[in-house]
Design a protein around this ligand. Sequence first.
Ligand SMILES: NC(=O)c1ccc[n+]([C@@H]2O[C@H](COP(=O)([O-])OP(=O)(O)OC[C@H]3O[C@@H](n4cnc5c(N)ncnc54)[C@H](O)[C@@H]3O)[C@@H](O)[C@H]2O)c1
Ligand SMILES: [Zn+2]
Length: 350
Amino acid sequence: MWERDNEVCMDNITIQGKSGISRIMVGESLPALSRHIPATGVFIITDKNVAAHYHSEFPDFPVYVAEPGEESKDFAVMTKIWHWLLDQGADRSSFIVGIGGGVVCDLAGFVASTFMRGIPFGFVATSLLAQVDASVGGKNGVNLGGYKNIIGTFTQPEFVICDTSMLKTLPDGEFRNGMAEVIKHALIRDADKFDFLKNHRNEILNREREAINHIVNRSVNIKAGIVQADELERGERRLLNFGHTWGHAVEKENKIPHGQAVSIGMAFAASLSVHLGNLKETELNDIHLLLQEYKLPLNMELDKNRVFDTLLRDKKKEKDKMNFVLLKTIGKAFVKEMDTDVIKEFALTF
Ligand SMILES: NC(=O)c1ccc[n+]([C@@H]2O[C@H](COP(=O)([O-])OP(=O)(O)OC[C@H]3O[C@@H](n4cnc5c(N)ncnc54)[C@H](O)[C@@H]3O)[C@@H](O)[C@H]2O)c1
Ligand SMILES: [Zn+2]
């Protein structure tokens, strides 16, 4: 693993969203945050784990430290933060920075885009999942009771800093969660990235800076490109759901981490693609191998009928048809409207 230093190795990627331009800086560092925020009126939101490692590197502004974990994406927590902002004298000219993983980004993005009808905000994304996924795209979702991300806004952060050197303190399981999304990006859009992941496994697993910067950069480019083409998720953005249809149902049913569920979901969607005559069997084997090399599961003990029922429950409209993201080949995904019966029949054999 690398030491943090002042060397700048930065790639800028921009998204022109409806709510403004978002600049994603891969390789920019937390200590450089001050260059990107106003000189006054800044409020920082983070969580306890991130604060424990990095508080001393935060610029000198008021900090709200939330409990780590999904439970913080809750209205009770947001209400506390809205009150805290008012108590601290925040107003329409204030600026919010979320420094943390996907939970903090969602929380800070939602709080900022609703406080006084919306004030500007930026992120320092500190987990791999936040850097390649949650911080990019302008979706800010929070939970309501048992419903995940059911309340939210589409508002772009002004900037996202992906300081990849912060990943050195990320727990292994969280790193693997992020890798599932990285592999997803390669599978849906980028065969070269798939080869890179295959050929540089050790450097990536050791979190070597150059290799990590490369994969984060490629992922951000893919996600940003798709979001730019379809900010409000009406078409192409659906490709990002690859592995997430079956994956979400497995996650709900078996309470496993998101990345593991997505890995199982991707193995499922890839097998279904072979079954339907799209993907080659040899490519499926390559996908299986890559997932295993990154210590991600291909399957687990499942009650397939229950998982399938959960999957159907998530579908709001037509029960007998659903859109499913499949692979034509490694690096090329497409959306196919399928009969749910066909998926069920396949699921029972998976
Ligand atoms: N808005 C979107 O488009 C979008 C997309 C994908 C996911 N999400 C959301 O993202 C959330 C998941 O994000 P996540 O996986 O980053 O979870 P998380 O924010 O809970 O972070 C995972 C854990 O790692 C810790 N952590 C983060 N950075 C660290 C660092 N550098 N060093 C040490 N510990 C660190 C956190 O404190 C937490 O315990 C979910 O709520 C999900 O719904 C949102
Ligand atoms: Zn995901």
